[in-house]
Design a protein around this ligand. Sequence first.
Ligand code: PMV
Length: 333
Amino acid sequence: MKAIATACANIALVKYWGKKDPSLNTPARGSLSVTLEALATTTEVELGGGAEDRLVLGGVERIGRELGRVNRFLDRVRSLAGSDARASVRSVTTFPIAAGLASSASGFAALAVAASRAFGLDLDPRALSQLARQGSGSAARSIFGGFVRMHAGHLADGSDAYAEPIQRVAPRLELRAAIAVARAKEKAVGSTEGMERSRITSPYHGAWLELVDRDLAAAEAALSAGDFDRLAEIAEGSCLAMHADAMAARPGIVYFNAATCWAIERVRALRQQGVPVFFTIDAGPHLVAFTTPSELARVRDALGAYEGIERVISSKVGPGASLVDAPIEEERP
Ligand code: PMV
């Protein structure tokens, strides 16, 4: 059996930072995100043809840590399907994976959809979201398009830790994203390690967790009211609080570089000039600015003006993950 699926990355406006149960990969709190059309992964899963799982990303065969993570994920799918077939996984993205954009979110969402189908499972979106979560926490949200709410859940087995689309969004709230890809030399501390270190050593971690539920309720209210300014305030606040938690860990984790700080100032200067724009930043140096369709070009040009920013990718709000018919086309490495 063979199946192909595509999924978009997402970026959280109310961040996920801290796990409840690392073995189930359940989050300590919920989160809220926007799916990004421009950052997509397409993945093909084909069963049989070997004694081991294989992984080819962007035309390059992967072994070691990357293969191990996919292999463990496929073990979960095999156990759901009652199968011991090995799979060959081929994946391509519309953006550079090495740049540290949210490739695990789109990657594990596409893999959940393609692998479950290839193994003959018929999972509904909620079950797919739960499955994707086990590959990467943020991948649970990439099963859905638009604005998405992740639930932390209460059950010990993690079966109620899934995402779902937010229905009540005012139509006037039409967002565009300008993704400022910062030039970065070193690879940042991974999110799993960063979250764990923050949980164990950061004096701000408890305060961070307390803030999340309040921000989630306020963000949902801002979405249904179509209140851009309020959403801006919550998103920047959640982002900076998450980074404050990480920075206060021992040793402190600083994901920002000079380009990130420059871009924060630039976004705020634009806002002072009356441009509706706000930023958010994940566990890396790249900044994502949200604005309105009519101001996108201005925001993109402003962010691209700094030499520490390699490129700016424009994006609409994206759709949910889905099966596709077309075979994937790999670039020559
Ligand atoms: O999907 P993970 O386990 O790599 O966690 C992602 C965490 C952040 O991107 C930093 C925040 C978020 O909510 O996506």
